[in-house]
Design a protein around this ligand. Structure first.
Ligand SMILES: Nc1ncnc2c1ncn2[C@@H]1O[C@H](COP(=O)(O)OP(=O)(O)O)[C@@H](O)[C@H]1O
Ligand SMILES: NC(=O)OP(=O)(O)O
Length: 312
């Protein structure tokens, strides 16, 4: 039996509740298939589009009514954990019932500890929200001096926010407890709610969005996982991505990945954190492997027939 952390990409979950539930329902048979093979699974997920949508919705509503206030990113992330966790629980429960499997499933609202002095707070680089044209995003940036944006992997322009590195997972003991009691656990959604430890030793939220690939690698290490699956919208990691000589990779060693990263093959804010998180996990213990694959082809990736495997 292997313990597998599966990270689902926020951009692979669609742009509205209907799309999201459909994407999740399409993915659940392969996730449940792993349990049928005797593995233990822990699911984490991204929230880039969703946290941006929630943040924007409260901003716009607060401009229309004094009964609504703008929400900070930690509360928006907490909401996205509930919204996505709900759809995951619903879809997984349905599939478990169909297959007559007695497992339980629970979402853990997860706080992830970061360093308040992380340089990421001075250098926002995590894309969130919808994709916009250059004209539209320039217009948005004019209205808010704290609004930063980048071009995101040829898909359009997006707002970027601070994304500190995860240091620890506050609810780690609860997650392990649920696993011991045969729960399918959904945790570290949206990279976790960013918190730091204040002078009294309490958790204090901080406005940022942690990269879910780094949080998932940290989670996988902390709970002693054997595999980290990072599921996104492309079947495989490529070198020369988006160019005529694009080449999809079936596998790469950590050393090869480092070299490709140095040559600039992985876009910052999208594929780069995935490959970095995969390298971090693969280097963290003997036999540990990370696989980057598409949500759609997850069943094939699980059989080694799709995806890119990153190994020592
Ligand atoms: N070298 C690369 N190989 C494959 N995809 C890449 C590469 N560089 C950038 N990408 C882009 O990165 C995207 C995955 O990142 P992103 O959409 O941010 O992930 P998530 O699914 O976690 O939201 C892919 O769909 C692809 O458009
Ligand atoms: N929080 C996060 O990393 O989300 P995405 O996977 O949607 O970028």
């Amino acid at each position: 039996m292997s313990r597998i952390v599966i990270a689902l990409g926020g951009n692979a979950l669609g742009n509205n509740p209907k799309e999201q539930q459909e994407m999740i329902d399409a993915a659940t048979p392969s996730l449940i298939g792993l349990i049928a093979q005797g593995h233990e699974i822990i699911i984490s997920h991204g929230n880039g589009p969703q946290v941006g949508m929630i943040n924007l919705a409260f901003d716009l509503a607060s401009q229309q009514s004094d009964k609504v206030v703008p929400l900070q990113l930690m509360e928006c992330t907490a909401m996205s954990q509930g919204y996505i966790g709900y759809h995951l629980q619903k879809g997984i429960k349905k599939e478990l019932r169909k297959q007559g499997m007695p497992w339980n499933v629970a979402t853990v609202v997860t706080q992830v500890v970061v360093d308040k002095e992380d340089s990421a707070f001075q250098n926002p680089n995590k894309p969130i929200g919808a994709f916009y044209s250059k004209e539209k995003i320039e217009e948005m940036a004019k209205e808010d001096i704290n609004f930063h944006y980048v071009e995101d992997s040829g898909r359009g322009f997006r707002q970027v926010v601070a994304s500190p590195k995860p240091i620890d997972i506050a609810e780690k003991a609860s997650i392990l407890n649920l696993l011991d009691n045969e729960y399918i656990v959904i945790a570290c959604g949206g990279g976790g709610i960013p918190v730091y430890i204040n002078d009294d030793g309490d958790y204090e939220g901080v406005p940022a969005v942690i990269d879910k690939d780094f949080a998932s690698a940290k989670l996988a290490q902390e709970i002693g996982a054997d595999y980290l699956f990072i599921l996104t919208a492309v079947d495989r990691v490529a070198i020369n991505f988006g160019k005529e000589n694009q080449q999809a990779l079936e596998e790469m060693s950590v050393e090869e990945a480092k070299q490709y990263a140095k040559e600039g093959h992985f876009a910052p804010g999208s594929m780069s954190p995935k490959v970095e998180a995969a390298m971090q996990f693969a280097s963290s213990g003997k036999g540990r492997k990370a696989i980057i694959a598409s949500l759609e082809k997850a069943p094939l990736a699980m059989k080694g027939e799709s995806g890119t495997t990153i190994h020592m």
